[in-house]
Design a protein around this ligand. Structure first.
Ligand SMILES: Cc1cc2nc3c(=O)[nH]c(=O)nc-3n(C[C@H](O)[C@H](O)[C@H](O)COP(=O)(O)OP(=O)(O)OC[C@H]3O[C@@H](n4cnc5c(N)ncnc54)[C@H](O)[C@@H]3O)c2cc1C
Length: 463
């Protein structure tokens, strides 16, 4: 709760109709997609300009109140959760797209622009914004930048970082910084833009961004393949990637398919079920390329890596195949999944997944464990579903016990314990799995420079 004097000084910055104190709003805006922490926000505020954000940060420094930057609240690590009486700063009313530069192929977005709106803006102007994932209808550009979001096309276009040409930020001490000015070339020392990308709201607030756009992709073709063994997946990846340009290379387990089919009331795409499936989207601008895709498919069948497959015959079929992958997260949300989002080098994946599979079968005998993810990036999402009769705290505790083994394996393979979902609250205590003690000490130092009073997203990323 805010004290009377804190509230009075806050009301001097924003009109009362943009300061919300009621329990419903505090619950709604005090949490992200995760359900492992009880939200305890003191207030939710909706600034509409950079000046207001700056005034809010200055107020927080004087009042000694923590700030949680809030985007579309689709985050999967508890980064946007207000768990200890912070004020949530929602950027959703700062959602203007302007400053389109067709020659530079950049566009200026306020932080609250929904990802899908930027994609649509690019399409409407004959261009393409390639960062895409199942939550792009709700997530915001500011949130995408703060988490360096990845998604389904990283294998072709990279992560959000690649698409940020410039940033305007309000630091934790209330300074407004213009980072990189949208330029293609600018070698003038430290590039703060890259520090803010992936900083999860711990250094300041992203208020505006200049985003890069590109050419629309050529025609593509979508295939779904069935695999008996996970360890063959990279052989399939190599076969297709050496012959064609991949737009996406995703995978999911049969258990994931079962859940998505049930949730979407859909029928199985292939007559025969196998433990794993790969969904590929390939650039196929000519009939030759499609022929090449079928040749690689035959080769994978001959090798026994793949036992069945389907090639989408229309846009509608391609969409339906994509739904099987993109619908998984929403399909399992009612089961309060415990998520791990790990990555290793693609070259290490076959050995890594064999070891991981053995470990999970041994340590999670009582739980449903679903696998899916952006396997072409070496990225696996492991989701453990909570049995209905388990209390949330007991379930979380059981999953955290297994984390020790999973993360020891990730460390052995020099992988990442959070490939794209960020660290937030839920993975904070595992940071040392992937980052050295020297790294973490420097991160603390950087944080203290930008946020000397520790008001920005306290308790997230670093303990
Ligand atoms: C169904 C589903 C599918 C998903 N698929 C993917 C995927 O494929 N790849 C992927 O990478 N992620 C995925 N996610 C996770 C999530 O969508 C991304 O992390 C996304 O970038 C979060 O954006 P947001 O606007 O919702 O941020 P929020 O959840 O609101 O916030 C995320 C973090 O960013 C900070 N933040 C938000 N806005 C700002 C700002 N303006 N300035 C500073 N800090 C800020 C918050 O404090 C928090 O730490 C998925 C989530 C769901 C629910």
């Amino acid at each position: 709760m805010l004290t009377v004097s804190q509230l009075t000084s806050l009301q001097a910055i924003l009109p009362v109709d943009r300061i919300h104190l009621d329990a419903n709003m505090c619950k709604r805006y005090g949490q992200d997609w995760t359900r492992y922490t009880t939200p305890q926000a003191a207030a939710i505020v909706f600034p509409v300009s950079i000046e207001e954000v700056q005034a809010l940060v200055r107020w927080a420094n004087v009042a000694g109140v923590g700030i949680v930057p809030s985007g579309g609240r689709t985050g999967l690590s508890g980064g946007a959760v207000a768990a200890q009486g912070e004020v949530v700063v929602s950027l959703e009313r700062m959602n203007r797209i302007d400053g389109f530069d067709p020659l530079a192929r950049t566009v200026r977005c306020q932080a609250g622009v929904i990802t899908a709106a930027l994609q649509q803006f690019a399409t409407d102007n004959g261009l393409y914004y390639p960062v895409d994932f199942a939550s792009s209808g709700s997530s915001q550009i500011g949130g995408n930048i703060a988490t360096n979001a990845g998604g389904i096309r990283v294998v072709r276009y990279g992560m959000t970082r690649e698409w940020v040409a410039g940033l305007t930020v309000v630091t934790g001490s209330g300074e407004v910084l213009e980072c990189n000015l949208g330029l293609a070339k600018n070698n003038t020392g430290y590039d703060f833009r890259h520090l803010f990308i992936g900083s999860e709201g711990t250094l300041g607030l992203v208020v505006e961004a200049t985003m890069r756009l590109t050419d629309p992709p050529p025609a593509t073709t979508v295939l779904l393949l069935a695999l008996p063994r996970l360890e063959d997946i990279m052989a399939v990846f190599h076969a297709f990637r050496s012959a064609l340009t991949l737009q996406a290379f995703e995978f999911f387990s049969d258990l994931a398919l079962t859940h998505v089919l049930a949730a979407e009331h859909a029928t199985a795409p292939l007559a025969e079920r196998q433990p794993f499936y790969v969904l590929l989207e390939l650039e196929a601008p000519t009939p030759d390329a499609e022929e090449q895709a079928l040749q690689q498919f035959s080769r994978c069948m001959e090798q026994g890596w793949v036992t069945d497959g389907v090639l989408a015959q229309s846009q509608q079929q391609a969409k339906a195949l994509w739904r099987l992958r993109e619908g998984i997260s929403a399909a399992i949300t009612p089961f309060t999944p415990y998520k791990n989002d790990i990555s290793v080098l693609v070259s290490q994946l076959p050995v890594f997944v064999t070891r991981l599979q053995a470990l999970l079968t041994r340590d999670y005998p009582d739980f449903e464990v679903l696998w899916y993810g952006h396997i072409g990036d070496g990225n696996l999402h492991i989701n453990v579903l909570k049995p209905v009769d388990w209390a949330l705290a007991d379930f979380q505790h059981a999953c955290e016990q297994v984390n020790e083994q999973v993360f020891a394996l990730v460390a052995e393979f020099a992988g990442s314990m959070s490939a794209e979902h960020g660290v937030g609250l839920l993975k904070r205590d595992y940071l040392a799995v992937t980052r050295s003690a020297a790294d973490i000490a420097l991160m603390r130092g950087v944080r203290a420079v930008f946020d000397p009073n520790g008001i920005m997203n306290p308790g997230k990323l670093l303990a």
